[in-house]
Design a protein around this ligand. Sequence first.
Ligand SMILES: Cc1cc2nc3c(=O)[nH]c(=O)nc-3n(C[C@H](O)[C@H](O)[C@H](O)COP(=O)(O)O)c2cc1C
Length: 190
Amino acid sequence: MKRALGPNDRLYPMPCPLVVSGTMAHADALACAWIAVGGATPPTIVMALRKSRRTLELIRQTGEFTVNIPRASDAAVVDYFGLVSGHNHDKFAESGWTLEPAAVVSAPLVAECPYNLECRVLSEVDNGSHVLVIGQIVESHAEESVLDENGNVDVELLDPLIYINGSREYRRLGEKVADAFTAGTSVKRA
Ligand SMILES: Cc1cc2nc3c(=O)[nH]c(=O)nc-3n(C[C@H](O)[C@H](O)[C@H](O)COP(=O)(O)O)c2cc1C
């Protein structure tokens, strides 16, 4: 038996990166769970930002932003970035988290986040309560400590923060269950 729950905005699970815009001298960041990959050629990010966000104002000024994946152990700091606004708080000064220059864009990276994407805005779509910002990923970075011997991100070492909408809780990933693009061959008929 399934119960109809009505229209809602919940997907399970969601990532919860910090999206940064501005410059090294003046940056803001917010926690952003409504974010996903939007394409491969070019690689793109799509995120939904409420129109009141200070981070959105800075993105519109510079046309650039970064997406920074936090560790699960840093849930409290990420939550802080999602609780207060750059309209009336200097979140980096208050949290003690630090910025480092990106390679290509003016928006800085969050030093404490081990995986980072540099993005340049391609377009904006007005979507009612939110604006969809579509950005091209122009560079990416990972701390050496989260890379495997082949230079790929090891998700267990990354230990990314996960957000659960509805119950409003933070979690971390569980164990591996199968190999993608491979496990399905056992179900395929011909
Ligand atoms: C777990 C979590 C996820 C969030 N996801 C989003 C989101 O996807 N889009 C958005 O506009 N705000 C989101 N928020 C709210 C913003 O992070 C929050 O309003 C923040 O204070 C905005 O900061 P700013 O005004 O400095 O940009 C989220 C907050 C939390 C705690």
